[in-house]
Design a protein around this ligand. Structure first.
Ligand code: UTP
Length: 411
């Protein structure tokens, strides 16, 4: 076990346990408008640029998978979760196969970094081992652990478990930058000549790993450090973090941190001013990742039950706190139907059922575009072996692959 940073814990307890309210000047929030990428006349140019970068080996993938997935209630790592598709593909398998499809077209393997935590690293690697790495070259994948931090009792003492060991928990997804550097994975990227890194949450069933157009968009925009995918909010009240400027710096504003007035504010054309939902999909220049890894992201405290002690302190860093620090981000608008089907909860919104439904509808729409004759009220799953984003489909392929690489399931 890595040594515990008691100085940091002491500092955080002192910072968060102060009860007096600080007299902070109110934040100034301004909208961050965005355009839908596919409507832009440069879209094909971005896609071509991304494909060239992939073929030169300058693009890598980075999946953050160190979370505990407590809302889903699945015992194992979330990436290993079978969310009920006819193929029984896990989230990791879908991600691996999409990368393999792109890598084959680019004729260059795509380096893939996967951040785990000491709590799920072993099980994550076992999942890959059991499935022969889904056909991925083992040498092109690197697993590494994020940092952990001990929880504190309400009085600020380190919590211990029944065996007398310190109760450590992952230090939040913002720990990814530090862990990337400390683990040597950033150096691994640099050594391979990687200039652009696609970074995404593990739990999105539709994630277009290393999306060429998205990478090309970042690469074609001067020296911008980072691009972020955003979706339109479903409505003003949707509980989603949005991209905006806070005190002139780009940031993600959480639903709870925006007033009703701003939430409902519209531009002259009636569209929401504070739009641009964060879907956990980013592209960074490798240089920017190096810079961020040396910066101190702010800490957040939550009060949770740990080892049967109510109201313990848990400290975390958030990935999106890197954005104000790097100062510039480029929003890239996408349709959520194409890019975003999160698996967060057991039931209801953002659950296995909604992810299956969204994937099934998207894949059906790809087949419809390819003029394939389909059954009504039926959804389809298409293996990423056959297509990355709907290309190369036809009636002939459908007839050949039904029951092999293409599956039907009820709507
Ligand atoms: P979430 O905030 O949805 O957390 O993570 P979670 O752990 O997956 O699920 P809950 O909240 O316990 O139900 C968003 C992404 O950040 C990663 C997750 O693995 C997911 O890909 N993450 C989160 C980390 O890598 N490390 C962390 O410490 C926390």
């Amino acid at each position: 076990m890595a040594s515990i940073d008691f100085d940091l814990l002491k500092k955080l307890y002192a910072q968060f346990s102060r009860t007096e309210e600080s007299s902070k000047t109110p934040d100034i929030l301004e909208p961050m408008p965005f355009a839908m990428a596919e409507d832009d006349r440069r879209y094909e140019m971005w896609e071509e640029t991304g494909k060239i970068l992939l073929s030169k080996g300058e693009v890598a993938a980075f999946t953050i998978a160190g979370g505990q997935g407590s809302r889903l209630g699945f015992e194992g790592p979330k990436g290993a979760y079978d969310f009920g598709l006819p193929s029984h593909a896990s989230l990791f398998r879908l991600e691996a196969r999409r990368l393999l499809n792109l890598g084959a077209k680019a004729e260059h393997p795509i380096p893939w970094a996967i951040m785990t935590s000491p709590l799920n690293r072993k099980a994550t690697i076992e999942h890959f081992e059991e499935h022969s790495y889904f056909g991925y070259n083992k040498d092109s994948i690197r697993f590494f652990d994020q940092g952990m931090l001990c929880a504190l009792t309400p009085e600020g003492e380190p919590v211990k478990d029944k065996n007398g060991n310190y109760a450590e928990v992952p230090d939040g997804n913002g720990g990814c930058f530090r862990a990337l550097a400390i683990s040597g994975t950033l150096a691994w990227f640099v050594e391979k000549g990687v200039r652009f890194v696609f970074l995404a949450n593990v739990d999105n069933a539709l994630v277009k790993m290393c999306d060429p157009a998205f990478i090309g968009f970042l690469a074609s925009n001067g020296n911008a450090p980072c691009a972020v995918k955003v979706v339109h909010k479903r409505n003003a009240q949707e509980k989603v973090g949005i991209f905006a400027f806070k005190n002139s710096k780009p940031t993600v504003v959480e639903y709870t941190d925006i007033s009703d007035e701003l939430r409902n504010k519209t531009f002259e054309d009636g569209t929401l001013a504070f739009d641009g939902g964060n879907i956990g999909i980013y592209a960074f220049r490798t240089d920017a990742l190096r810079k961020i890894s040396t910066m101190e992201l702010p800490w957040h405290a939550a009060r949770k039950k740990v080892e049967d002690i109510e109201n313990c302190w848990k400290f975390e860093q958030f990935l999106f706190d890197a954005f104000p620090l790097i100062g510039q981000i480029l929003p890239y608008g996408v349709e959520r139907e194409d890019d975003f089907a999160p698996v967060k909860n057991m039931t209801g919104n953002d659950s296995p059922a909604t992810a299956r439904q969204m994937l099934g509808m998207l894949h059906r729409s790809w087949l419809e575009k390819a003029k394939v004759t389909l059954k009504p009220r039926t959804l389809y799953e298409i293996s990423p072996r056959l297509t990355y984003a709907g290309e190369n489909l036809s009636q002939e392929i459908f007839d050949r692959e039904l029951g092999r690489g293409i599956f039907e399931f009820p709507a």
